[in-house]
Design a binder for this molecule. Structure first.
Ligand code: GLP
Length: 235
């Protein structure tokens, strides 16, 4: 795994995505959460000011809450449109169906869709403070496929800041599995701030373990972690 420690991770992240897109990438993988927002802002700026076009590129999202309609302000389908894809000329943006009557069927269907539109050329990732990627919480199988997961209390607490109350944070999600994520050709994970330092250290220097799902990047043939000095503090 390559680790890049830099004051402005969004510049390195945007450079990697831009190079992929200008090099003919057909599918990019997008993450939600606050970590990639600066990267999305930078890519929007390059689209607006520097002619970076996403025409002909499709996107797949990592995960979705179960039970939130796609128009709900905190649904990830809505989040990614508001923060990124509505501001560029990208093609289709796919996400798991959190409102499907049977989430297990929806998860299988999403895994099949990724195989169809994939392979993902470059997959953007954040990292949870407990080391999760997507919504693969600790103890997730390192070869898991897209499936329904129950969130840990810690993750629900972390994400409660986006909702009116803790109780409104959904309990269940559909997330790409760690095996699904690792099908992407290039994984790029961004982390900033001291709150991510322990998770970054566990992912990079800890044992390969389901206890730290992001440690699966150690197995990947092309993984890049882009972190600021605060997030790198425990390395
Ligand atoms: C969320 C998302 C992840 C994200 C992580 C960190 O729960 N499912 O994709 O990487 O938590 O979020 P943040 O970047 O806001 O710290």
């Amino acid at each position: 795994m390559e680790v890049v420690i830099v004051d402005h991770p969004e510049q390195v992240m945007a450079d990697i995505v831009e190079n992929a897109v200008r090099g003919g990438a057909k599918t990019i993988g997008l993450a939600t959460g606050s970590s990639p927002l600066a990267t999305y802002d930078e890519l929007i700026r390059r689209h607006r000011d520097e002619g970076l076009s996403f025409a002909g590129v499709n996107a797949v999202l990592l995960d979705e809450y179960v039970g939130l309609v796609p128009t709900h302000p905190e649904s990830y389908a809505r989040f990614i449109r508001d923060k990124f894809t509505d501001h560029i000329d990208i093609g289709d943006v796919h996400s798991p169906d959190g409102m499907a009557p049977d989430s297990r069927i929806a998860a299988d269907a999403y895994d099949a869709l990724i195989a169809e539109v994939g392979p993902v050329d470059v997959q953007i990732l954040g990292i949870g403070s407990n080391g999760h990627i997507g919504f693969n919480e600790p103890s997730s199988s390192l070869t898991s496929r897209t499936r329904i997961k129950t969130l840990t209390e810690k993750t629900r607490q972390d994400n409660a800041r986006f909702f009116d109350s803790f109780d409104e944070v959904p309990m269940h999600v559909i997330t790409q599995g760690l095996g699904t994520i690792c099908d992407a050709k290039h994984l790029i994970l961004v982390a900033t701030g001291s709150g991510k330092a322990a998770a970054v250290a566990a992912a990079v220097e800890g044992p390969l373990s389901a206890s730290c799902p992001a440690s699966v990047l150690q197995l990947h043939r092309h993984a890049t972690m882009v972190v600021d000095p605060a997030a790198a503090a425990d390395l």
